[in-house]
Design a protein around this ligand. Structure first.
Ligand SMILES: [Zn+2]
Length: 181
């Protein structure tokens, strides 16, 4: 951040009085601009034994496959965000079920949450941000073309839980890897 979003003056990075870490502080109006992690919320949309994936039509990871997910908007709940992103990216109507994964991705300042979801029908179509959408059996999942580590991790948990006969909540932390941008 370079400029104050309140008054347009230059900001500087310093520890405000009473705080214990550096913040962007406006040198003119003294507004403290806090930067906090953002939630990326999505679903694991299921139909029979298949999972719906979207092929990304946008960067980053153009052409790679992902579960439908995106940034949570102000004023909505995580479950509402998950359903909205699923509709926007895959044209898919779902019944959002239980929270399935909560994965911290500290190096990109994000927390990713995926809900299990039941597809209400298979009348799906690629949204603006997708090249195509498709239902995959486990054997056909394009593991080498998965867009993000949290999506791969969520899919691995999903198929492992299905074999085990029960779906639980999985939490974890994903740190920078060679595959990240
Ligand atoms: Zn200012």
């Amino acid at each position: 951040m370079k400029f104050c979003s309140v008054c347009g003056h230059v900001v500087s990075l310093r520890v405000p009085p009473g705080d214990n870490r550096e913040r962007f502080v406006c040198d003119n109006c003294n507004t403290i601009h806090y930067l906090n992690p953002r939630n990326v919320v999505g679903t694991v949309p299921v139909w029979d034994n298949k999972v719906l994936l979207c092929r990304r039509a946008i960067e980053p990871r153009y052409g790679y496959w992902t579960l439908p997910a995106g940034f949570m908007e102000i004023g909505e709940t995580t479950a509402e965000a998950a359903a909205r992103e699923t509709l926007e990216e895959a044209g898919a109507r779902v019944e959002v079920q239980t929270l399935f994964t909560l994965l911290n991705v500290p190096h990109v300042h994000q927390v990713h949450l995926f809900y299990l979801a039941r597809l209400l029908d298979i009348d799906v179509q690629a949204g603006e941000e997708s090249l195509e959408v498709r239902l995959f059996d486990e054997a056909d999942i394009p593991w080498d073309e998965i867009a993000f580590p949290t999506v791969g991790q969520t899919l691995r948990f999903f198929f492992a839980d299905r074999v085990a006969g029960g779906f639980g909540l999985h939490t974890g932390d994903i740190f920078r890897s060679l595959h990240d941008g």
